[in-house]
Write a new protein. Structure first.
Length: 251
């Protein structure tokens, strides 16, 4: 079995118990299933420098046996793997009720390829080559999602979002959204009737690790309102003075 830990940060279970017992915070556990050794090493080193604990498997079957054992906070699965491809691996994990968030890595960037990855059970899709900063940010975003994110449809008031086909409708009429607008609306629809600050949106939708002085959120909220609101009707996205925004669950 070609399974290995990448360095001292990927320790045995006994070491993890001792670390936690000693009062030190243990970082998130990541299963990395990647057959390219160079990419795997670079990803592991980057994530471990950020406090993640990485366990690596180089083939689909090895990734499956480790993933089924559980205990991971998030998984990274390459689409093209030897012996068992990444999508089959993810489908098998989902079939065994393993709900750990999965980020799919792939050199295939077409819309149909991304849709296939999400339909197989992936939670996010990142194309190669990628920036390590973006990889880490996506993992952090996946771990912040509520536990019920395996749903494929979101419904809030007159709005319906299909997370597989990446479409949005209002009362059955499709709304054309740009990728960032879709992501922003998804974030709002997952948190109806919650006050969301501009800082929260910048961190979770734009993946900013610092908060710049910008009206970026307000500009995108304005564009989104013009697309989802009916002329002369009430605004679905409410402005909360001095705080941020809230998506009302009912009109």
């Amino acid at each position: 079995m070609s399974v290995r830990t990448m360095n001292a940060s990927s320790r045995s279970d006994q070491d993890d118990v001792e670390t936690e017992a000693g009062g030190k915070a243990a970082g998130p556990r990541v299963l990395l299933v990647e057959d390219d050794g160079k990419i795997a090493q670079e990803v592991a080193e980057e994530l471990e420098s950020r406090g993640f604990r990485v366990q690596h498997a180089a083939t689909g079957p090895d990734g499956l046996s480790i993933g089924v054992a559980g205990g991971f906070d998030v998984m990274i699965v390459d689409r093209m793997l030897p012996e068992m491809d990444g999508l089959t691996l993810i489908e098998t994990l989902r079939g065994r009720q393993i709900a750990t968030p999965v980020l799919v890595l792939s050199a295939l960037s077409a819309v149909d390829d991304r849709v296939s990855g999400l339909k197989a059970g992936g939670d996010d899709y990142l194309t190669k080559p990628f920036a390590m900063e973006e990889l880490a940010a996506r993992l952090e975003a996946l771990m912040r999602r509520p536990n019920n994110t395996r749903e494929t449809m979101l419904r809030v008031g007159p709005l319906t979002m299909d997370l597989i086909e990446r479409t949005v409708t209002r009362d059955g009429v499709e709304i054309d959204l740009l990728p960032r607008e879709f992501r922003l609306l998804e974030y709002l629809m997952r948190r109806p009737n919650q006050v969301l600050t501009r800082n929260m949106l910048l961190e979770d939708v734009w993946n900013y690790r610092f908060i710049p002085q910008t009206n970026l959120v307000d500009v995108h909220i304005g564009k989104l309102r013009r697309k989802i609101d009916e002329p002369g009707g009430p605004q679905l996205i409410q402005s909360i003075r001095g705080t941020g925004f809230m998506l009302r669950a009912s009109e």
